[in-house]
Design a binder for this molecule. Structure first.
Ligand SMILES: [Zn+2]
Ligand SMILES: [Zn+2]
Length: 342
């Protein structure tokens, strides 16, 4: 098969197609013919060397795949060749610890980040453990299914499980035009929130409104006064932060007393400074979210099947053009998710 193998971190052009051995499934694994793989900012941070911990090079990145099962290991019972599947962002979890048993598999000490600690799916085929795949219903396309785990599932976990958005609460979504943001808006609306979306791209504002954002603020700098103005000076109840360090100050200033600050994405390795008294005087809960559980993946799939969440794929490119797609993301030119298809 061919795969986009990264030998060493560097510019986008380090992504080059190469013939490699097709991986073989172990006893508990499935071999899947890739239909689509989402391109995540996480992939860029691995490729450019920002994320270093536990990254083995040469590496095939890509943790947002879907496809058709080609072969299964001897112990696999839940899927068979020919099944259409979507995958979680992790593999190798123990299945037995308290975290695995409470739908927190991404935190299991044994789990490996897919396409990060082990080879992923910028390839014609990928291998992953049985527990990490779920069957995709016929009314959902495999392109849409590639977004279940990371782009939609993480947003689902952040808004619903971690942020616990309640009807009538105001929700600030940063990085609103990105792959996570466009789904965060939809899920926050589904939970009854009033959504204020922040985006750096003026051309994205109208589309964010179409997705359900009640208000859109176009800004790459300090938007906190604008948020205060639109919330009667109170600030928002919940922040779903897809950006992290680069916008931490304005995002922090936008949250109201007793608010919940949910950290989802980090686009840099910048350190932030905060006086801890500011946290407790304001009574803010600082909460994190880490990927999707298997249960979360199944819930998201059902919501997409019911039409409650619309997966936003903007464009698909041939896998061999991965370098070009990475450049597009670096230049913030994309809206929603961009997919690679072998
Ligand atoms: Zn991702
Ligand atoms: Zn475990």
């Amino acid at each position: 098969m061919y795969a986009m193998v990264i030998d060493q971190p560097g510019e986008a052009e380090v992504l080059q197609p190469r013939e490699v051995e097709t991986p073989q499934p172990g006893r508990h694994d499935v071999l899947v013919k890739t239909a689509a793989c989402g391109v995540c900012y996480h992939d860029l941070l691995l490729r450019n060397g920002t994320m270093k911990r536990g990254v083995p090079f040469p590496l095939i990145v890509g943790h947002e795949p879907s496809g058709v099962v080609e072969a299964v290991g001897s112990e696999v019972g839940s899927v068979a060749p020919g099944d259409r599947v979507a995958a979680t962002q992790w593999t190798g979890n123990c299945g037995l610890c308290r975290l695995c048993r409470s739908s927190r598999e991404p935190l299991c000490l044994q789990r490996k980040w897919y396409g990060h600690e082990v080879n992923g799916a910028y390839a014609e085929y990928f291998v992953i453990q049985e527990e990490s795949v779920v069957k995709v219903p016929p009314e959902v396309s495999l392109e849409e299914a590639s977004m279940f785990s990371c782009a939609i599932g993480t947003a689902w976990h952040a808004v619903r499980d971690r942020g616990r958005v309640q009807p009538g609460e105001t929700v600030l979504v940063t990085g609103a035009g990105g792959g996570l943001g466009v789904h965060t808006i939809q899920i926050a609306k589904l939970c009854g929130g009033r959504v204020i979306a922040v985006t750096g791209g003026p051309e994205k504002a109208k589309r964010l409104e179409e997705l359900g954002a009640d208000e859109v603020i176009v800004s790459r700098e300090d938007f906190s006064d604008e948020v205060k103005r639109r919330t009667n000076g109170l600030g928002v109840d919940v922040v779903i932060d897809n950006v992290g360090g680069p916008l931490f100050e304005p995002t922090w200033r936008s949250i109201g007393r007793g608010g919940r600050f949910v950290l989802v994405g980090e686009l840099s390795s910048n350190l932030i400074q905060i006086n801890t008294a500011r946290i407790f005087l304001k009574g803010v809960d600082i909460i994190s979210t880490t990927s999707t559980s298997r249960t979360g993946l199944e819930q998201v799939m059902e919501q997409v099947r019911l039409g409650n969440i619309r997966p936003i794929v903007t464009e698909s490119f041939p896998l061999k053009e991965a370098a070009r797609v990475h450049r597009m993301l670096e230049e913030r030119k994309s809206f929603g998710r961009v997919l690679l298809t072998p």
